[in-house]
Design a protein around this ligand. Sequence first.
Ligand SMILES: NC(=O)C1=CN([C@@H]2O[C@H](COP(=O)(O)OP(=O)(O)OC[C@H]3O[C@@H](n4cnc5c(N)ncnc54)[C@H](OP(=O)(O)O)[C@@H]3O)[C@@H](O)[C@H]2O)C=CC1
Ligand SMILES: CC(=O)C(=O)O
Ligand SMILES: [Mg+2]
Length: 764
Amino acid sequence: MSNEKQRREALVYHAKPQPGKIKVVPTKPYATQRDLALAYSPGVAEPCLEIHKNKEDVYKYTSKGNTVAVISNGTAVLGLGNIGPEASKPVMEGKSLLFKIFADIDGIDIELDTEDVDKFIETVKIIAPTFGGINLEDIKAPEAFEIERRLKEELDIPVMHDDQHGTAIISAAALLNALELAEKKMEEVKIVVSGAGAAAISCTRLYQAFGAKRENIVMLDSKGVIRSDRNNLSSQKAEFSTHRKIDTLEEAMIDADVFIGLSMADVLSPEMLKTMANDPIVFAMANPNPEIAYDLAIKTREDVIMATGRSDHPNQVNNVLGFPFIFRGALDVRATKINEDMKMAAVRALADLTKEAVPEQVNITYDTTRLTFGRDYIIPKPFDPRLIAKIPPAVAKAAMDSGVARSPIKDWDKYEEELLQRSGNDNKVVRMLHNRAKVNPKKIVFAEAELLDVLKAAQIVYEEGIAIPILLGNKEKIEELKVELEFDADVEIIDPRAEEFKALRKKYAQRLYELRQRKGETLYSATVNMGKRNYFGAMMVLEGAADGMLSGYSRAYPKVLRPVFEVIGKANGVQKASTVNIMITERGPLFLADTSINIDPSAEELAEITQMTAQVASTFGFNPVIAMLSYSNYGSSNHPKAKKVNDAVRILHEKYPSLVVDGEVQTDFALSKEMSDVNFSFSKISNQKVNTLIFPNLDSANITYKLLKQLNGASSIGPIMVGLRKAVHILQLGASVDEMVNMTAVAVIDAQEREKRRMAKTKQ
Ligand SMILES: NC(=O)C1=CN([C@@H]2O[C@H](COP(=O)(O)OP(=O)(O)OC[C@H]3O[C@@H](n4cnc5c(N)ncnc54)[C@H](OP(=O)(O)O)[C@@H]3O)[C@@H](O)[C@H]2O)C=CC1
Ligand SMILES: CC(=O)C(=O)O
Ligand SMILES: [Mg+2]
C-alpha cells in the first residue's frame, strides 16, 4: 500500500463510522423503571452513603478499581515531538484501546493544556479520586521526571510514566535475553544510549539495576555525547555523563556491544553499526521510525540481534507488552504504587516467558511454524495469550511481598482463571486467520464482484495480502466501481457471459455435462448454467484456475448451495457436508455446528459433523472440547430426539476415543464448569472449558448463532463449509465487508491446508 493510501486509511479509520476509538458502555441493566431507580436516584444514594462512611468502599461500588487515566500534555508524542494536547489525543485513545483489549482495563484518555509542572500535578491530583491508577504518557523530559516523582509521592494509587518504566521493563527483559544469546554479561557490556529523555534515562537506570556499569555507558542527546565537562546538564543527564573525551555517536559506537535508541529516526548509520563488537545488540526503539531501519541493520551485520518498536518485524520492543499487564497486577491487589520490586518482577516474568514453549495459537497468529527463544524471538509477542496469565500475577505478588498491596490475592489459581476470562473477548481468532492467510495467499473467486461491498472486501484482502482475488461479473461495471473505491490494482476480471470467455464457458459446460449427464444435465442446460457466476466460479475452482471461491452475499443460501454441490460435490468418504460458525463471545471463541445445511441429521451424521467440526477447531489452533447439545442430560430422557444425540456420542467414543466429547447435555451444563462438575463428574467434558457446541438439528443451531449475534453482540465467522471437495464457502445473505474479509481468509487457509495434504501425499 502506498504511503498516501495508508495515510488516508488511517484517517478514515479514526473518523468512521464514528470519530475516535473508544466509548463508554454501561455494565448494569437499565431497561426497566426499577433498573433506573437503582442506577440513579433514589437507589444511587445508598452506595454514596456507604462510601461517605468508608472511602475504601469506592472500590466496591464504583468502577474506580478498574479505571486508569491515560494522561498527557502532548509534549513528547511518540517521536513526533511537542505537538500539543489535542494532537496527542489519538495516541492516548489508542493506549486506552490497548488497555482494554489486552488487560480488560478501562482506560480514559485525558489531555491537559499545560506545560507547567505544578499545574499539571495539581490537576492530576484533583481528578485522581476517579481513577484506580494513573498512566502518564508522552510528556517530555525533564518535566516528566518531576511530574511522576511528585505524583507518586502525593497519591496513594499506582502512578507510572509508561514511556519511562513500561519501556524500561520491556527493553530490560529483551536485553537480558539478547545478552544470554550473545553470551555476554550485563556487568561487562559497553552500552551506547541514543536519547537522554524520559524513556532513555529510565531504561538505562533499570539496566543498571540489572548490573550494567555506569562507566560502560555513553549517552547522547540532540547535542551529542553527554560529557561530564558539558555545562548546564540536567541532574538526570549528569547521572549518565561520561569522562571519555568523545563527542559523536560515531565515536561512541566503536566496539560498543549494545545500542539503545530512544531518540529519533535514522540517527544510526550502517557504517557505525559495522564498528560495533561481535554479536552487536541493537534496540532501535524510536517510533514510528527507528534509529536504523530493521532491514538495513540485518543487511549490514549478519550477527546483529535487532529489535525495534514496530510490529512489522521480529522482536517488537514496545511498551504495549507492559503497561496493560503491569497495571492489571497493580490494580488487582489495589497497590498504592508501582515500585522497583514490581518492575523487576515484570522484567523477569517477561524474560522467562520467552523461553517457554510457545502455544500453537501464537505461532499461527504470527505466521511462523515454530517460535523459539533465539535471535528472532527475544521477547514475547504482544498477542501471546499467556501474558495476561503470567505478568499480572508476578507484579501482584511483588506488590504483596514489598508491602504495597492493600487487597492481597489469596487464591492464585482462581486469580489466574479470572485473568484468562478477561482475555476472552478480543479478536485473537480474526488476527490469527488473517496472519495465517497472508503466509501463502491463494487465488479466490469473488462470484459477486459487481456488488460494491463484495468488491470492497476483495480490495481489502488484496491490499492486506490475504488473497489474490479473481473478480467475476460485468467488466465495465466492476471497473467503474473500482474507480469509485480507488482500487487501482490490476486484478483479474472475468465476465462469464462475455464473448471473450466463450471458449472457456464452452469447455466448462462440457465438463459439467460429463460430471452430471446421468443426473439429468444436458449439454444445453450445462451451457446455460455456465453463464451463471456460481456455476462458472465453482468450475474455475474444480478445474484449478482458482484455489477457492466465495459467494452468497446477494442470494439465499440454498440457491448458492445447489450449484456448489453440483459442480464441486463432497470430498471422498464424506457422507454429508456441513457448516461451522465461530462465534466470538465474552467467554472466548465457540465453534457451533451444523448451522446451515443438515436439517435433521441422524446419529451417524451428527458424529461425522462433530468430527469435522473438531478438525476445524484444531486447524485454528484450539483443542476441541465438545458438548453434544440436547434438551436432555446424559440419558435423562428416552425420547428419540435425545436418544439420537446419545447414540452419536456412543459412536464418537467408539470411533474417536481421544476426542474430548460428551453428552447429550443441556447448554447450561455444557457451558458451566461448576454445574457440570457437581452433577456429571463422570463426563469427559466435566472440569473442562467447552469450546465446541454440536446441535441436534439445523433449527437449534441456526437460531442459536443468529440469537448470539443479534442479542449478545457476538461476532461470527462463518458459515465455514466442511466436507466439500474444494475450498468453496458460502456467505450469509447480506454479510458485512468485515465478515467477507474474514471468510476470504478462511477460504485461503482451507486451500492452504488442502495443498499441504496433497503435498504430503505426493511425498509418500
Ligand atoms: N518502543 C517503545 O516502546 C518506546 C519508544 N519511545 C520512543 O523514544 C523516543 C523518545 O521518547 P521520549 O523519551 O518519551 O521523549 P523525550 O522528548 O523525553 O526525549 C527525546 C530525547 O531524544 C533526544 N534526541 C533528539 N534528537 C536526537 C538525536 N539526533 N540524537 C540523539 N538524541 C536525540 C532528545 O535530546 P535533548 O534532550 O537534547 O532534547 C531527548 O533527550 C521517541 O521516538 C519515542 O517514540 C518512547 C517510549 C516507548
Ligand atoms: C510506544 C510509546 O509509548 C511511544 O513511542 O511513545
Ligand atoms: Mg509513549
